[in-house]
Design a binder for this molecule. Structure first.
Ligand code: ADP
Length: 178
């Protein structure tokens, strides 16, 4: 696992499955209905069990760029933070701001619960089509800035499914924090 210090916090990159992480919270790349989907969303619901969907049904959805929190049920993580990233159509500032907001709001929600460790997948880079090379800098910049401002979050771990995704994030992190 690659890691760098950001002030008093740690930012980690690894290849793996986010459903297996033992951070206090894991982040779900959900859709606005919060009623389940494919990709990482499907994997999280399968691992957490049906109680997760039952709690999600009570929440009434989530806007793009926002985040909501539930319990983690059968997961190792105590909480799941569900965020909705943008669907990518072309490179433009509004889409980028929504991706930034998905990371930012997830960390803000974590802070309201006093959560100190959070694992993220690469939001929007699956079914939502955001190119990895464009998403990785947004993800890493947003999280890095948040950690500098909020030392209460002690650890953020990016859990990338593929070696290609891990490499994209590693390259960008190397430029951000040489
Ligand atoms: P989105 O709809 O936001 O694009 P997806 O779930 O389709 O969400 O994909 C987001 C990213 O999560 C993709 O890069 C995909 O490879 C990755 N992913 C899928 N399953 C897992 C998993 N179990 N753990 C970590 N990342 C995953």
């Amino acid at each position: 696992m690659e890691e760098v210090k950001i002030e008093s916090s740690v930012l980690q990159l690894m290849q793996g499955d986010i459903t297996e992480q033992d951070t206090e919270a894991i982040v779900n790349a959900a859709n606005r209905s919060l009623l389940g989907g494919g990709g990482v969303d499907g994997a999280i619901h399968r691992a957490a069990g049906p109680e997760l969907l039952a709690e999600c049904r009570t929440l009434g959805g989530c806007e793009t760029g926002d985040a909501v929190i539930t319990r983690g049920y059968r997961l190792k993580a105590r909480y799941v933070i569900h965020t909705v990233g943008p669907v990518y159509r072309s490179a433009n500032p509004a889409t980028e701001r929504l991706l930034e907001s998905a990371y930012q709001r997830s960390l803000e929600v974590a802070r309201t619960k006093g959560i100190r460790s959070v694992a993220f997948p690469s939001i929007s880079t699956g079914a939502y089509g955001y190119p990895l090379e464009e998403a990785a800098p947004v993800a890493l910049r947003t999280v890095t800035e948040f950690l500098r401002a909020h030392p209460g979050i002690e650890r953020v771990r990016f859990v990338l499914r593929s070696s290609t995704a891990l490499r994209s994030f590693e390259e960008v992190l190397g430029q951000l924090a040489p």
